[in-house]
Design a protein around this ligand. Structure first.
Ligand code: NAD
Ligand code: TYD
Length: 353
């Protein structure tokens, strides 16, 4: 049995992971630490609050004393670290929060883990610090370039990617220098339920439901390797169970698509679900490109596949349809998000109308 601290558990992947973990490991203790930034949504975890194995703590990963207290008080042996500022466009307009949370926050967590697990008499010999990272640390691939492996040199291009790269290096250093039992995963773009509607797929789903424009940056030919969030959660589970300490693992979907293909697929599904508004493709609007926009990401998952038996199981078109249906059936989750800060962000990023 494990006792886990899940940072960023009220965010998109963290919330999916907490649901996944408690469904598959109902005996385990799960403590979520989340600052509830604009991207965190307590409602994503509400159905778990009846469980006595679950606890939500509203707090910041930069608060080292709080993290140390939680590790001691709950005798936590595992940290799965999702908390981050995660949106590239926001990192372009305001990088400071990315440095503070992704670099300093990760460092505060590492210091707390070292203090409690290694220094206080070595009281937790069987511990694990799993750091959740991104393929964006590897930079941009050309068409036909070899997909990212675990030994591809880091070459981050956005402040977001640079801050994640820095946090990955800190995790590695704490393993090499202090012997902290760490693992790391670098994953491709996720989609699925509970995703804040600023990223491409949920933004387009919400705009399709509101009959509003679908903004496509540049020529729409940038490529991402899309993975259903449940497959990402399974990959992390395999690493926690059998991953080698000190190792990093790439997790991908083997599912490269241009942004235009992704948005066209969403439109085609919406045409079936909502034929009275077809064709939804008419809502596509090409807008000014993102500065420094990485052309292509693609993950080579051979290591996690051969070492740990990882295999993504969600077919993309089925996963997309289920995701659209989730947003249709969970309006009470996303409608409250659309006012206030979100409105301001949309205006800043996309301009009026
Ligand atoms: P998200 O933006 O949806 O959620 C981030 C969560 O972290 C939110 O709940 C937020 O409140 C919380 N948080 C932010 N700053 C905090 C702080 N200082 N202290 C405590 N909590 C804080 O992010 P996501 O998409 O779920 O991504 C989770 C992790 O996975 C990130 O580390 C991201 O880099 C990585 N990742 C994401 C993707 C993707 O496609 N979304 C792909 C690969 C890797
Ligand atoms: P995003 O979901 O922001 O993820 P990331 O930048 O981490 O890959 O963007 C996915 C792709 O979609 C990326 O190439 C940028 C593009 N994009 C648009 O074309 N329009 C949009 O409104 C957004 C948010 C993204």
């Amino acid at each position: 049995m494990r006792s886990m601290l899940i940072t960023g558990g009220a965010g998109f992947i963290g919330a999916n992971f907490v649901h996944y973990w408690l469904a598959h490991h109902p005996q385990d203790r799960v403590v979520v630490l989340d600052a509830l930034t604009y991207a965190g949504n307590h409602a994503s975890l509400r159905s778990l609050e009846v469980r006595d194995t679950f606890r939500f703590v509203h707090g910041n990963i930069r608060d080292q004393q709080l993290v140390e207290r939680l590790l001691r008080e709950e005798r936590l042996d595992t940290i799965v670290h999702f908390a981050a500022e995660s949106h590239v466009d926001r990192s372009i307009l305001g990088p400071d929060a990315f440095i503070e949370t992704n670099i300093l926050g990760t460092h505060a967590l590492l210091k707390a883990a070292r203090q409690v697990w290694l220094e206080a008499g070595g009281s937790m010999p069987h511990h694990r610090f799993h750091h959740v990272s991104t393929d964006e640390v590897y930079g941009s691939l050309g068409i036909g370039g070899q997909s990212f492996t675990e030994i591809t040199p880091y070459s981050p291009n956005s402040p977001y990617a640079a801050s994640k790269a820095a946090s990955d290096h800190l995790v590695r250093a704490y393993r090499q220098t202090y012997g902290l039992n760490t693992t790391l995963s670098n994953c491709s773009n996720n989609y699925g339920p509970y995703q804040f509607p600023e990223k491409l797929i949920p933004l387009c789903i919400i705009n399709l439901l509101k009959q509003e424009p679908l903004p496509i940056y540049g020529d729409g030919k940038n490529i991402r390797d899309w993975l259903h969030v449940a497959d990402h959660c399974r990959g992390i589970e395999l690493i926690l169970e059998n991953g080698k300490p000190g190792c990093s693992y790439n997790i991908g979907g083997n599912n490269e698509r241009t942004n235009l293909q992704v948005v066209s697929a969403l439109c085609a599904i919406m045409d079936e679900l909502n034929p009275e508004f077809a064709p939804h493709q008419r809502l596509v609007k090409f807008v000014t490109d993102r500065p420094g926009h990485d052309r292509r990401y693609a993950i080579n998952s051979r290591k996690i596949t051969s070492e740990l038996g990882y295999r993504p199981t969600h077919e993309f078109m089925i996963g997309l349809r289920e995701t659209i249906e989730w947003y249709i059936n969970n309006k009470s989750w996303w409608q409250p998000i659309l006012s206030g800060e979100y409105k301001d962000w949309m205006k800043l990023q996309y301009g009026e109308g």
